[in-house]
Design a protein around this ligand. Structure first.
Ligand SMILES: Cc1cc2nc3c(=O)[nH]c(=O)nc-3n(C[C@H](O)[C@H](O)[C@H](O)COP(=O)(O)OP(=O)(O)OC[C@H]3O[C@@H](n4cnc5c(N)ncnc54)[C@H](O)[C@@H]3O)c2cc1C
Length: 331
């Protein structure tokens, strides 16, 4: 092997062949690193380089210049230039496992968003941290990633699935999915989760169904006496698409100093609220983000733009967490 990659704080190390990515080398060696899209777009595989340097074929969308400068790398795209010591975000959850789940609800939330509810028939609890996602499997064995939209609660979990016209899962397969069907599911996956240890004022920015894992996090924070102030920015195109109005209204008074700011990019004339993009609305409201924890979820383009702009407002990559809803590789 050309290079040795060591996991900081652990005894484990593995070799990487010339030109191999960190993730490919880890997978070959049986070392599990968090990842999702494998295209450098979602940010799930972000690690910190304690020692060593890496190179990329092209700049990955989900890694900002600020993150790169502070030693972060995306394992799915990073190719070692020498021996590495990497720090991998820890999550105190069990290894992911595959299970068969019963579909109990398939119902519209908005014109292009469907709620899918799953139950584990053996009454085993769904084990995950709010913010994490699952892989749902198509009959041909390929999978698509979707985030749990509900806080962990027994053997039930909710998903909010946006229809991608022509998409194999979200259009064709979902159109025929019915309560009573069984779905193969793998979870818990991903490093996107709530960081209570930060104890900083919270800023959440979501686009579209990027609200799903944020809803799971905020539901877990309801009535929590240690909840810091919470601001939620949710971007959609039109008012009709803001499908969680009542749910979010119900969080007022149950989240500390909760502020909800819907932001529409294509509102009609009757919209009296904020216009434009979520990241712009956050910038308008926060002269500094230096003391905040920021959570971004949804469009990879929004996340890339927000990371760059928020860094210029002092946001630290150590307290900025993102999950890009990128396309799947079909693996
Ligand atoms: C970690 C993670 C969590 C996610 N969580 C959610 C979630 O909770 N809810 C949700 O709605 N989505 C979520 N996504 C996105 C979701 O996985 C994709 O929309 C899904 O894979 C599309 O599958 P498909 O089979 O319908 O489309 P495919 O048949 O795989 O793709 C068809 C074509 O549609 C386009 N396409 C695919 N996906 C997208 C997209 N997201 N946006 C725009 N165009 C696309 C591409 O051009 C592609 O060639 C998540 C993605 C990741 C990586």
């Amino acid at each position: 092997m050309a290079y040795r990659i060591t996991l900081a704080g652990e005894d484990r190390a593995f070799g990487a062949a010339p030109g191999e990515t960190v993730l490919a080398a880890a997978t070959r060696a049986g070392v599990r690193l968090p990842y999702s899209c494998t295209l450098g777009n979602c940010g799930s595989c972000r690690v910190h380089l304690a020692e060593g340097a890496v190179t990329y074929d092209g700049e990955p969308l989900a890694l900002s210049a600020d993150e790169k400068a502070q030693g972060f790398a995306l394992a799915c795209q990073a190719r070692p230039l020498g021996d590495l010591v990497i720090e991998v975000p820890r999550s105190e959850v069990p290894e992911p496992s595959r299970q068969m789940a019963l579909v109990t609800d398939v119902s519209p939330l908005a014109a292009s968003v469907t709620r899918v509810a799953l139950v584990l028939p053996e009454l085993d609890p769904f084990v995950y941290l709010p913010g994490q996602h699952a892989n749902l499997f198509l009959p041909d064995g390929t999978h698509r990633s979707f985030s749990m939209a509900s806080a962990p609660s027994g053997n039930e979990a909710d998903f909010h699935i946006r229809r991608i016209p022509g998409g194999r899962f979200t259009d064709a397969f979902l159109a025929n999915l019915q309560p009573g069907d069984m779905l193969e599911i793998e979870l818990p996956l991903g490093a996107f989760r709530f960081h209570a240890e930060d104890y900083r004022e919270l800023v959440f920015a979501a686009t579209g169904t990027g609200i799903a894992p944020i809803k799971a996090m905020l539901e877990a924070l309801l009535d929590d006496p240690d909840c810091p102030p919470v601001s939620l920015y949710w971007g959609m195109r039109t008012a009709q698409e803001l499908y969680l109005g009542e749910t979010i209204a119900g969080w007022a008074g149950r989240l500390y100093e909760f502020r909800y700011v819907p932001v529409l990019s294509r509102p009609d004339a009757s919209w009296a609220g904020r216009r434009g993009h979520v990241q712009e609305a956050v910038l308008e409201d926060f002269p500094s983000l230096a003391e905040h924890s920021v959570y971004l979820c949804g469009s990879p383009t929004m996340i890339a733009q927000a990371k760059a702009a928020f860094a210029a407002r002092g946001a630290s990559p150590l307290h900025l967490y993102a999950d890009g809803f990128s396309f799947q590789s079909g693996a």
